[in-house]
Design a binder for this molecule. Structure first.
Ligand code: AP5
Ligand code: ZN
Length: 215
């Protein structure tokens, strides 16, 4: 299956994407994670991306589209993929349409996670991530680790993302409203809007129902 996961910052895209991709045995591809890997490795691309991420702005399209093109060309995506955080504006959506047309493939579903901004701010403020594994995601109130600051799964150190500061989050939300929300209309015929409210498992069940994989 080929699925897009769209939603504001902090909606729970990463949390759901890890579970959906594992359940469907497809690749989870997050442009945010790909950029953070570049930043950690200190590449030129990472340095460029960092300037934009730090300010809560989108990384320029030519960089982002290049990263996605390269990732989708890898053979492990043949079984399918779940894109988390891409496309984030209409130019990226059109680029993806072109990549898919070139490989004579098409999307199966677009899931749009919907959540009030007040909840998003709360989810982001409490988010803690594991330094060792990007898929180990915690929240200080909603899914707290047994020992504060330590990953339950691997013992890795938990940290707060630099772009999760309040001023940057407000900018990211504004960018979402103006640039990313129109992407949902672009894919109108394929979109299912899902409430991201409630427990992680409840949201996952809604997503699986939406793609015809519910129990
Ligand atoms: P990116 O990494 O994609 O961040 P984002 O879209 O802002 O989304 P987040 O990772 O903040 O949130 P999420 O929805 O994944 O939520 P999560 O599951 O962690 O992008 C970062 C930056 O990179 C961008 O600002 C931009 O600069 C750049 N970038 C990335 N892609 C780009 C692109 N295509 N073009 C240009 N630039 C790009 O959950 C949040 C918290 O809530 C966690 O603590 C979690 O435990 C908790 N939680 C999740 N679900 C629930 C639940 N149901 N109940 C209670 N708590 C929950
Ligand atoms: Zn961990």
């Amino acid at each position: 299956m080929r699925i897009l996961l769209i939603g504001p910052p902090g909606a729970g895209k990463g949390t759901q994407a890890v579970r959906l991709a594992a359940y469907l045995s497809i690749q989870h591809i997050s442009t945010g994670d790909l950029f953070r890997e570049h930043i950690d490795r200190g590449t030129d691309l990472g340095q460029n991306a960092h300037t934009h991420i730090h300010a809560g702005l989108l990384v320029p399209d030519e960089v982002t589209i290049g990263v996605i093109k390269e990732r989708l060309a890898r053979p492990d995506t043949e079984r399918g993929f779940l894109l988390d955080g891409f496309p984030r504006n209409l130019a990226q959506a059109q680029a993806l349409d072109g990549i898919l047309a070139d490989s004579e493939s098409r999307l199966d579903a677009v899931l749009d996670l919907e959540i009030p901004e007040v909840q998003v701010v709360r989810r982001i403020a409490g988010r803690r991530l594991c330094r060792q594994h990007r898929e180990h995601i915690f929240h200080v109130d909603y899914s707290a680790p047994e020992v504060a600051g330590v990953c339950d799964f691997c013992g890795g150190e938990l940290y707060q993302r630099e772009d999760d500061r309040e001023a940057t989050v407000r900018k990211r939300l504004e960018v979402y409203r103006t640039e990313t929300a129109p992407v949902v209309d672009h894919y109108q015929a394929l979109v299912t809007t899902i409430s991201a409210h409630g427990q992680v498992q409840e949201v996952l069940d809604r997503a699986l129902d939406a793609i015809g994989q519910g129990q």
